[in-house]
Every structure is written in structure tokens, then in C-alpha cells.
Design a protein around this ligand. Sequence first.
Ligand code: ZN
Length: 249
Amino acid sequence: MASRNEVESYLHGVLDVGRFRDYGPNGLQVEGSPEIHRLVSGVTASRALIEAAIADGADSILVHHGLFWRGQDGRITGWLKQRLELLLAHQINLFAYHLPLDAHPEFGNNVQFGARLQLVADARFGEQDLGFMATASPPLAVADLRERLSKVLGRAPTIVDGDGRPLRRIAWCTGGAQGYFEAAIAAGADAYLTGEISEPQAHYARETGVVFLACGHHASERYGAPALAAHVAQKFGLAHRFIEIDNPA
Ligand SMILES: [Zn+2]
């Protein structure tokens, strides 16, 4: 058992929350029970995850994608009302960490995703150092990378081939970081992995020769929240369970 305040301040320190400019609040987004016994982790604070956590008897949820984002107009209606109502009715604490969890050198989405692909970063790039870069030695062929990814993701990534060069410098940033592709190219990447693709990246890949791989937003961000939650659970003696709510995005 741990107190909510103790857990929140521990997470705040570990994740160096104050360092990041983010799209929403990092930390405790919804206040529930003052004591924490049973923690559920997940990727997104969706209604399905909240219902699964309630069924599991959890008093706290830790996610990467919380409820509140810049651009919302402040009304608690529709899907937001439904999610919030469930959390409040069951006194569930909702902890959400966005960019601080992407960036963390041990529990973060990027490090955890990279480890599953046998990629260990030796450099960082891009805005707020959120891009990770590893050196593949020996260099990889696109087919090798596709095979590793398909095993880890359980599905085939979307690939825009480059110019066929051996892939020595492999860059990645999990989630919706297709906008970092140009920074990855500027940093010397031969291939760039992220969650999503938009129209421009296919053309950049063809025109620069750098391979672009879209691995799935959810699929590439499945690993940070459970790694962090497992650490917190161990430190404070809490029960923990990761609940996967699959998402084709
Ligand atoms: Zn994300």
C-alpha cells in the first residue's frame, strides 16, 4: 500500500516532468482514493480500459494517453463525461504521463520499444530530445528490420522503401511522431520508425532515400506504461496488471 501523494511525487521526480513542454497535464489527472493498493496500466485512458480496471478491482490507473489535451473546449460531455463518471464513481486515481514517458531512459516508450528490436540508442535528436538513434552493426537490410518488427508488433509495418542502402543508423520515435522524420534525416538516419504515417513522409522517403516505417501508434507505445507501473508497484508493494486494449491505429 502507498499513499496517492507519495506515488505522485515519486513519479514526478523519476520522470522529470518539469522538463517537458507538453500537450496536456502530466501527473494525477483525476483524483480518486487517497490510498493505492492495486494499479492497472494501459496505453490510453479509454472507457474500455477504465471498465477493465474496475472489473479488476483497481484503485489507480497509469496511462500514456490521459483524458485532457490542448484543444479541448473544457466541456465534460459525451465520451469524456462517461469516462470521468466511471473514474469518479469508483474513486479511481488516473495518472497520465505523455512526453515524459516517451523520453525516459529506462521505462520510456522509446527505450522499451527499441530494446524489443535489439536497438540501443547512442544518440538523441529532435525537439526535446524525443528522437532516438542507434547504430546497427552489421548494418541491416530493410527485410531484416521488417521481420524484427513483424515479430514484435504481431503485424506487418507500413514501409516506404528508401534507396536500398544498408541501414546503419536507425532512428525512431514512438506514437504519432511522423513529423520528426525530417529531423531524423537531418541527424543522419538511414531508416526512421514511428507509429503513424501521413501524406508527406512517403514522398520524403522516396526523395531522400531514407526508409520510413509506420509501426502503429498504439503498437509502438505498448511498453512504457507497464514498465513504469511495474517499477512503481515493486517499489511501493502494489499489485499491478497491464491491460491491453488493442487498437488498429
Ligand atoms: Zn502517443
